[in-house]
Design a protein around this ligand. Sequence first.
Ligand code: NAD
Length: 347
Amino acid sequence: MKKILITGASGYVGSVLVRLLLEKNYAVVAVDRFFFGDRLPEHTNLTKIKTDSRLLTSDLFKGINTVIDLVALSNDPSGELFKDITFEINHKSRSKTAKLAKACGVKQYILPSSCSIYGFQDVQVNEESKTNALTTYAIANEKAEFDVLALADDSFCVTVLRQATLFGYSPRMRFDLAINGMTLGAFKNGRLPLMRDGKQVRPMLHVKDTSELMCLLLETPYSTINREIFNVGSNEQNYQLSQLADSVCDALKKITGMDIPIDWYGDPDKRSYNVNFDKIRNVLNWTPKYSVAYGVTEITEKLQSKELEDTPDTITLNWYIDLVKWHKIIKDTQLSDCILHLSESTE
Ligand SMILES: NC(=O)c1ccc[n+]([C@@H]2O[C@H](COP(=O)([O-])OP(=O)(O)OC[C@H]3O[C@@H](n4cnc5c(N)ncnc54)[C@H](O)[C@@H]3O)[C@@H](O)[C@H]2O)c1
């Protein structure tokens, strides 16, 4: 049984990926600080390790076949507010983890990066195109890509995945992702907020598709994927935002019967990037399976049944801000590790 170590394992991607790996009979070591709680199942083939990715030591890598290094402060606004920490986690810790893994004899390392490192460009971009990382989050990803690819050799297979913007249901839900947020807004308020002028293009991908792809890499000959960068998504799922909004409205109407008007806001946003996904289709014979309508439908049904709610931890940046705020409040008010009681035993 192959043993896979995943960092950031209880996050939006991780909590879908870990379940898939267990279904496919892999053993999984899940490393996470659990900032968003423990979103993982209990399973005999799953070991959960609560630690920080900046503190990993070589003993963790014993018997590991592959590391999938998901850990990150995972969006642009969090990256701007927590700049230094974003570099520490998204760049430095992943670089260190890859080095440790290689030194410990791990054979494969996968870096889930992001198409956002292309920044904003007028022409369609592929893996050979110049990058244009504009935000702290994107720059940290780019630096991590550079460091980990330099470690690749015949005994250490390194693959970089530049994922499109993800959507769809996950046990650690994120409503700060475009399609998920549009779906929630339309479901809750009956109106879909959309930034003018709607012509901006962005690639989209279901979270189950990226997880499936990561599983596929575990069984792909290293000679095919070593030292390679793949854009993960499909040409067909490059959307103009106005098209995307129409798809979300159509899918919602089928379930709720509601017509959803669009609420335009902001000045025209000229930023746009259109990504080419030929390489992943041609080299790995892989294309995504799940459509936007599928993602919107599953989220809406879960919102309707109240299996899913827009709890504060579903907006990544706000949750990190809350954690930092409450950490201070608790430190200032606690006595002997307690808030209202006087001893731990009665707390
Ligand atoms: N979601 C997307 O649209 C998208 C798109 C492209 C790339 N990515 C990349 O995929 C990866 C996963 O993203 P996600 O959406 O699952 O993010 P997420 O925020 O849901 O998950 C990140 C996980 O990492 C954990 N974590 C953060 N810092 C840690 C630390 N120092 N030590 C241990 N654990 C820590 C958090 O507790 C969380 O469980 C990230 O690298 C992200 O940049 C995501």
